[in-house]
Design a protein. Structure first.
Lengths: 438, 133
């Protein structure tokens, strides 16, 4: 007889769905089925059961092949690498629990490392903008219950956050939005006619990279001032019409994603989006929220924030915390050759960094801690497989609206496999012997 | 050989997400991400059938991917490669002092490469790192 574990947290995207039901076998060792999850979340649970999963650490040999080593050897290599490096980079942290992040930061402080999370290629520019102009935000619960004007700017939740729209933003029936999507007007700004755009009342097919202009035009239109005939490929009539529609709402929200953070102008795009939110608050209630990608990238920002004062790109190599995006951010450090060892946990820069940065990782002493085989694990000197957080071990995670939610354990990890936190704790203990702490 | 100039953006697709969680070393990941979505008018300009292998070249690198018709179009002039090592082989690493590489809005040239193979993610990254391609 199978058992059903209810209220399981999905460890995939920043929506952090908390209503999954996972069916496990009678002995509690195998996942049989997953209910309520999106296709990606379900695949994550099922892949943890893969027969070809790597279960022991692997060390790269001179001929490029990998040889199995013990966890003791992996701990020793990692500790020696970090202790001997002058300026190691400790990157990732977004696919693990806050508890593991905290141990990682302890290590970073000990060895004088740079700690950076995946925000550096995701919402790092958002964090810069928030430091520049602040952010009026809210929780996803408020959006579900109150929001009747929804803007998706440069994001495509139909693909990247598949249950966001049904749980929070377009379809749910909330306390003041009891007609579901009929209560809401949805605007999508995207250079492609995305699957999210197909659900929207207004789709502005913007010329790619012209977000700053269009955001500025919306600010002008909200004030009823003069606009040229077209801005970023959108006619002024449509901009005025949308501005009036936004002003007439009771509660509005701007969700934004990589379309604005990764296009040119970067943090300035978000400055402008936040200022548009501020302007709209002269007429109605408006909020803005980043569509965070990894399930615990927000948590990494939180933990780093309360421990060092900065949300990403924290340089501890001088014995105190420094932060200077452009200088202490992973890609800049790698491309300029300013780090001499790389430790990656809970991320895959091999697949998601520009290839010029990946080449540098492959040339340095490097450790990749990841349950999967990834392009990073296959160019690193050491690959340490660990248990899946949110599947095989619990831990604290932060949703995209900064609400902390405890992830649950569903099944045991394969026998003898360490969790992120256990591996880091062992490395930390070994470092206590290797590094003199004053 | 005809070459056409396009503007490249990248990002998540649900197929990319599912394939990534299923294992980046598997064929499904190559099928989900080793592609370029082009508008049908651009495929015509290139003179390529759907599902033809093409070489994508930018100032920052070059990669072979399979050209398919845009699934979320029309978007003439704009090309889309799902995020992954194929997109990152040609993307612009300049951060302009923000820490963020310019993943969106990379000028590229596309040409037919019917006899070239789309490499798997691990093979592609390993070969690029060793300087073999």
């Amino acid at each position: 007889m199978t058992k059903t574990v209810t209220d399981v947290i999905c460890p995939f995207c920043g929506t952090l769905c908390d209503d999954l039901e996972v069916v496990v076998s009678d002995d509690g060792k195998t996942i049989v089925d997953v209910y309520n999850a999106c296709a990606i979340g379900a695949e994550k649970f099922m892949h943890s059961q893969a027969r070809d999963r790597v279960k022991r650490p692997r060390m790269q040999q001179p001929d490029g092949t990998y040889k199995e080593v013990s966890y003791d050897e992996a701990v020793e290599y990692t500790a020696q690498m970090l202790a001997n490096a002058k300026k190691p980079l400790m990157y990732g942290w977004s696919s693990t629990s806050c508890e593991a992040q905290s141990v990682g930061h302890e290590i970073a402080e000990k060895v004088g490392a740079i700690v950076d999370n995946t925000a550096t290629v995701c919402h790092g520019t958002t964090l810069i903008a928030v430091q520049d102009v602040g952010i009026p935000s809210c929780t996803l619960g408020e959006i579900k219950n109150r929001a009747d004007r929804i803007i998706f700017w440069g994001c495509n939740p139909a693909h990247a956050h598949p249950r966001h729209q049904s749980r929070y933003s377009i379809f749910p029936r909330g306390f003041f939005t009891n007609k579901g999507h009929k209560n809401r007007k949805v605007v999508v700004v995207d250079p492609r006619r995305t699957d999210t755009a197909k659900m929207a009342d207004y789709h502005f097919q913007i010329e790619q990279g012209r977000d700053y202009e269009l955001l500025s035009a919306f600010r002008v239109a909200v004030r009823g001032e003069w606009l040229p005939d077209t801005v970023a490929g959108i006619s002024k009539e449509r901009i005025y019409e949308a501005a009036e529609m936004l002003k007439s709402g009771r509660f509005g929200i701007i969700f934004f994603g990589m379309g604005v953070t990764q296009s040119l102008s970067k943090n300035h795009n978000i400055d402008e989006a936040i200022m548009l939110t501020k302007d709209l608050n002269d007429y109605t209630k408006f909020s803005i929220m980043a569509m965070r990608g990894h399930y615990n990238v927000t948590g990494s920002g939180q933990v780093m924030g309360w421990q060092f004062g900065f949300p990403y790109a924290t340089d501890l190599s001088r014995g105190f915390a420094r932060y200077n995006p452009g200088e202490t951010t992973s890609n800049d450090l790698l491309v300029r050759g300013e780090v001499d060892a790389v430790f990656v946990l809970g991320s895959d820069p091999g697949a998601h960094f520009p290839i010029s940065s990946v080449k540098k990782i492959s040339q340095l002493p490097s450790v990749c801690v990841d349950p999967h085989i990834t392009p990073t694990s296959e160019v690193s000197k050491l690959h340490v497989p660990v248990a899946f957080v949110g599947v095989e071990v619990g831990g604290n995670c932060y949703r995209m609206d900064n609400v902390p939610i405890d992830a649950r354990k569903v099944v045991d990890p394969p026998e003898g496999m360490l969790t992120d936190e256990e591996f880091l704790t062992r490395v930390n203990k070994r470092l206590e012997q290797l590094v003199a702490v004053t | 050989m005809t070459k056409i100039a396009l503007n490249l953006i990248s990002g998540r697709t649900i197929q990319q997400g599912v394939a990534m969680e299923g294992g980046k070393e598997k064929d499904a990941y190559t099928k989900a991400c080793g592609i370029i979505e082009m508008d049908i008018s651009d495929l015509k300009k290139l003179g390529a059938y759907r599902n033809t292998n093409v070489r994508v070249t930018s100032k920052h690198g070059s990669v072979v991917v399979k050209a398919i018709e845009a699934t979320q179009g029309p978007h003439p002039g704009l090309a889309w490669i799902p995020l992954g090592p194929w997109a990152n082989s040609v993307t612009d690493p300049n951060t302009y002092s923000t820490g963020m590489p310019t993943f969106k809005g990379v000028p590229i040239e596309v040409e037919i490469a019917i006899n070239e193979k789309v490499l798997s993610s691990v093979e592609l990254v390993q070969k690029k790192c060793r300087g073999e391609i």
